[in-house]
Design a protein. Structure first.
Length: 317
């Protein structure tokens, strides 16, 4: 597995923390922080690295949107000796008591899973504005308080690939980057000690993380994931206008537009406005998605039955 560093993002988090500590004795520019980026860009790996280096940082998962479980996770991570919290106000009150006078940073991962909970949002807002020694960092969410510092994390870049593949030619680095899009979860099978062709063969196994990431992500994001495959495939085949996509898949324009908005919100698709601002064109978010729909979705039978034939098709193109 390729080992990428997060030095740039770690430095940005450290600058944010130092700024917050400095503001404890002056007028604050921000009360909370938002760490965001597309799924698969490495937010969890970044947080794990930061926690290892900073004993004053804590982590809480709000995954799956279950309030009772989230409150218990909050207690376990931040106030294990203070008893169970009855509600969100009580939970944040226990956090304030536990860390009274101690500067700490608390990562709230998958905060958006509970983002529609009005009680949580109100408690979060009040706590952020009242507690000067505790910096709350929402992860994977753009939910903001009155003043929020934003820290973004992107997929690994071409320069990152050059660092971890010193024995590769520039051409093979560029090809591997184009295939994966810098999306970390799809690169688990990669090995710097084997050739580009052998790495690609590993990726094109039906049970590889590379093959399984798109279906898993669509299932996790949408209640009816099958409805979104035709739109994504249509875009991958060069249909970029709403009318073109709708005609290609047989959807009415208004229905197709709603699905496109959902795909944009979920990070699968980006929209670009025309210079005159009259129309938008739609594109897949990264080259990994383009590759997946062009080769794996279109040739799923070969993915299961004949990897070598699929490799031939990829190299021919």
């Amino acid at each position: 597995m390729l080992l990428f560093d997060f030095n740039h993002e770690l430095a940005e988090l450290n600058r944010t923390w130092r700024s917050y500590l400095h503001l404890l004795t002056s007028s604050p520019e921000f009360y909370a922080c938002s760490l965001h980026g597309d799924k698969g860009c490495g937010k969890t790996n970044l947080i794990k690295t930061y926690l290892q280096k900073n004993p004053n940082a804590y982590y809480v998962s709000f995954s799956r949107g279950n309030k009772a479980v989230a409150l218990e996770n909050f207690r376990t991570a931040c106030f294990p000796n203070a008893g169970s919290a009855q509600d969100w106000d009580d939970a944040f009150s226990k956090v304030a008591t536990t860390f009274k006078g101690k500067p700490v940073m608390i990562f709230l991962d998958d905060f958006a899973d509970l983002g529609s909970d009005a009680e949580l949002l109100n408690a979060f807002q009040k706590f952020s504005l009242s507690q000067r020694n505790i910096l709350l960092v929402t992860v994977g969410s753009h939910i903001k308080t009155e003043r929020t510092k934003e820290v973004s994390i992107s997929p690994r870049s071409l320069a990152d690939f050059c660092k971890v593949l010193p024995g590769y030619s520039k051409q093979d680095i560029a090809r591997l980057y184009a295939v994966t899009g810098g999306v970390l979860p799809v690169m688990k099978e990669l090995d710097e000690d084997i050739s580009f062709e052998e790495n690609l063969r590993r990726l094109l196994q039906h049970d590889s993380s590379f093959s399984q990431f798109v279906p898993a992500l669509l299932r996790e994001t949408f209640r009816t994931p099958a409805s979104y495959y035709p739109i994504l495939y249509s875009i991958s085949q060069g249909k970029h206008r709403l009318s073109e996509i709708a005609a290609d898949i047989g959807f009415p324009n208004n229905k197709c537009g709603k699905y496109l908005e959902a795909l944009i919100d979920a990070g699968f698709v980006v929209a670009e406005r025309s210079p005159m601002g009259k129309h938008s064109t739609y594109y897949l978010k990264n080259s990994y998605l383009s590759f997946w729909f062009n080769y794996l979705y279109r040739n799923h039978s070969l993915l299961v039955s004949d990897t070598e034939r699929l490799l031939e098709i990829v190299f021919k193109d």
